[in-house]
Design a protein around this ligand. Structure first.
Ligand SMILES: Cc1cc2nc3c(=O)[nH]c(=O)nc-3n(C[C@H](O)[C@H](O)[C@H](O)COP(=O)(O)O)c2cc1C
Length: 171
């Protein structure tokens, strides 16, 4: 998929089919995160995958939208260690994974964490680790075909502030 078409057509989707994702797609998504740039190339992240049903059920109440985690084909927590403020790096890794998934026709949604201690315990993290965001992925319940519209049309339909509002030129 063309990169701009992927960016313009992607939406956060919260309802998935029950099926797990093919293993090669999971690897592709995780590799997209691994390949992300980071300050001084520190790669401060770990991608933690709760895999047993018990662990997914322990994590779900810790996010704002538990049903999204419970119904996902793949759950990836982006975790940072140490004191550094690397949330920008974590954001880059997260967005790479979301876009790589969409390139494979897989929908996804970031989940904010409501209860950090519960998420920390559910993910079996070390003391100096902290979860930043919980990403869910799944085969979409309603398929959307990115190529059904040109990127400009996806862009103009997007529920976003207009470009003139978000860009300020300081000549
Ligand atoms: C940091 C962050 C946290 C988010 N947390 C949640 C969440 O807890 N639950 C949820 O349903 N969506 C969550 N979202 C998704 C946003 O609601 C979504 O990005 C926004 O509504 C745009 O959606 P769209 O791409 O479908 O237009 C989160 C997004 C970000 C960037």
């Amino acid at each position: 998929m063309d990169t701009f078409l992927a960016i313009a057509s992607r939406r956060d989707e919260r309802r998935y089919r029950a099926d797990p994702l093919p293993e090669d797609v999971v690897t592709r998504i995780l590799d997209a995160g691994r390949l992300s740039g980071s300050a001084s190339n520190r790669q401060p992240w770990t991608f933690v995958l709760p895999e047993s049903r018990a662990r997914v059920e322990a994590l779900a109440p810790a996010v704002y939208a538990p049903d999204n985690v419970l119904g996902a084909g793949l759950v990836v927590a982006v975790v940072l260690a140490g004191k550094g403020k690397a949330s920008f790096d974590a954001g880059r890794a997260a967005q790479n994974m979301l876009l790589a998934a969409w390139n494979e026709g897989i929908s996804s949604c970031p989940n904010g964490i409501a209860d950090r201690d519960a998420a920390h315990a559910a993910l079996d993290l070390a003391e100096d680790e902290a979860p930043v965001i919980v990403l869910t992925f799944g085969i979409p319940e309603r398929r959307r075909d990115a190529s059904s519209r040109p990127p400009e049309e996806w862009s103009s339909r997007a529920n976003r502030r207009p470009l003139a509002d978000v860009v300020r030129r300081v000549g």
